[in-house]
Design a protein around this ligand. Structure first.
Ligand SMILES: O=C(O)CCC(=O)C(=O)O
Ligand SMILES: [Fe+2]
Length: 232
């Protein structure tokens, strides 16, 4: 894992922060050059599909499919998305799954590192969760008007234990939205994390959270490499 983590990280401190309430935020997490190359990969080489919640189910659309729709079809989808979001359901964001079959060598390497025994052991050590044996991964891109409403990430069939998010957009302004927001059961807010460049959010899948709406004046996309550590 040479040149993956920032060499100045204090893992004991990260561990004791996580122990408080099952979540931790780590600034300057990756080696700076590695973080810059990760941003470059997402910004220049990844083609994102749009993942959305429409008509009560998850839908994925490629750029091509989206542009081939009639204006009225696009409006209908948008209306449906907004009606659901108004009730606290759904999401819309750019997504590309990263797997062992990834063609981009840099992103494939990132995926392999995150799935290496060495890294899974580091995560187990930080969190005290010992049976982690895989990480899923997706590149995400939120642009103005996109969001992810409140949810939990605990998908039993995938054995998910922990969510992770490496934020990779340089110079994010907190007023642009796209905050990772944690909630109590009753909808009261707990904590809100700005997606600052090169920070990691790591949290137990039991936590209720959302990605807040990206404002119309967000100057850049919100990029992340994100996924779940789990057991299968
Ligand atoms: O991007 C983030 O900060 C969180 C994403 C998330 O909650 C999810 O994809 O389930
Ligand atoms: Fe989530």
């Amino acid at each position: 894992m040479k040149n993956f983590w920032n060499k100045d990280l204090n893992f004991d401190e990260i561990k004791s922060n996580f122990a408080k309430d099952g979540k931790v935020r780590v600034n300057k997490v990756l080696d700076f050059e590695f973080a810059a190359l990760s941003f470059q990969a997402l910004n220049e080489r990844v083609e994102f599909d749009t993942a959305m919640f429409v008509d009560g189910k998850n839908a994925v659309m490629s750029k091509k499919e989206w542009t081939e729709l009639e204006d009225t079809q696009r409006q209908q989808i948008y209306f449906n998305l907004m009606e659901n979001a108004a009730m606290g359901n759904g999401f819309s964001y750019g997504r590309k799954y990263i797997t062992a079959e990834e063609k981009d060598p840099f992103l494939l390497n990132f995926y392999k590192i995150v799935n290496s025994k060495e890294l899974l052991d580091v995560v187990s050590n930080i969190t005290g969760i010992n049976d982690i044996n895989y990480a899923s991964m997706q590149a995400t891109k939120y642009i103005p008007g996109q969001f992810l409403t409140r949810h939990r990430d605990d998908v039993q069939s995938e054995g998910r234990k922990l969510a992770y998010v490496f934020n990779l957009s340089p110079e994010w302004h907190p007023d642009w939205g796209g905050l990772l927001q944690f909630f109590k059961e009753d909808g009261e807010t707990l904590e809100s994390w700005t997606p600052s460049f090169n920070t990691l959010s790591l949290f137990d899948v039991k936590h209720i959270h959302s990605v807040t709406y990206l404002t119309p004046f967000a100057k850049k996309p919100r990029y992340a490499l994100t996924g779940w550590f789990g057991t299968r």
